[in-house]
Design a protein around this ligand. Sequence first.
Ligand code: GDP
Length: 265
Amino acid sequence: GRASPPLAALSQVLRLERSRRTALVFPLQKLERYLAPGIDTAPFRLFQPGLAALQRAEALFRSDRGHAIDYVSSAVRMDHAPPAGLPEVCFIGRSNVGKSSLIRALFALAPEVEVRVSKTPGHTKKMNFFKVGKYFTLVDMPGYGYRAPQDFDEMVEAYLQERHSLKRTFLLVDGVVGLQKTDHIAVEMLEEFGIPYVMVLTKIDRTSRGVLLKNVLEIQEFVKENTQGCFPQLFLVSSVEFSGIHLLRCFVAHVTGNLPTVEAS
Ligand code: GDP
């Protein structure tokens, strides 16, 4: 198979000098020291696993003999979805938010996994199911457009409301532009359904620290004031540099019940 990109594996990350390593694994924590005094930093470190937990999570995302990571199937209707059995996580977000890049980065240690993109306008939008051994299923939901809520397929709504095995929904938000109108509509939908979700800020390598900090603080405040179901800690990622990817793998492993204990770092 193809070789994995350099920082996809923790073993390579551990070779970095300490402050670069922290910035790569815990990008949100890296921002903390630029905050004005008095800002509540509790939401920055709710999920802060140690190396052992990060390594156990990575093993789930690394395919080998006896541990297959496979694209299972695509579905355009709920009744085409594979039977729900394993704990499941799903990824949703606006088209172009960086969803396929993120899923590719998460699965970079299983380079045989094909993460397909269907960008062509009018092209049928599908839910894509990936099975991670006997541990969990990851679902790539169709990206929504600029005309939401009309663009939320009935399928997406039905899936989010009916899928009992769904443990967590990952709502991707573009870290460069912050929350957009359509993201607010997605939040309203998730709140209405009463399901647990978490926000992931993408493309953080493209923002200046100032813009990123502003977006993080604004979104954190929004989450605190307006949501019930959203995990208060934001996850920051760059699929190009692999920032935040290791932590996100660990969180996925955790919410799917595959890391019984997450010791603090
Ligand atoms: P999707 O429509 O949500 O699946 O978005 P894609 O993953 O196809 O990404 C949309 C565009 O953003 C592409 O041009 C990607 O190369 C770019 N992109 C995605 N993630 C990142 C990232 O982490 N950093 C940078 N710099 N670009 C990204």
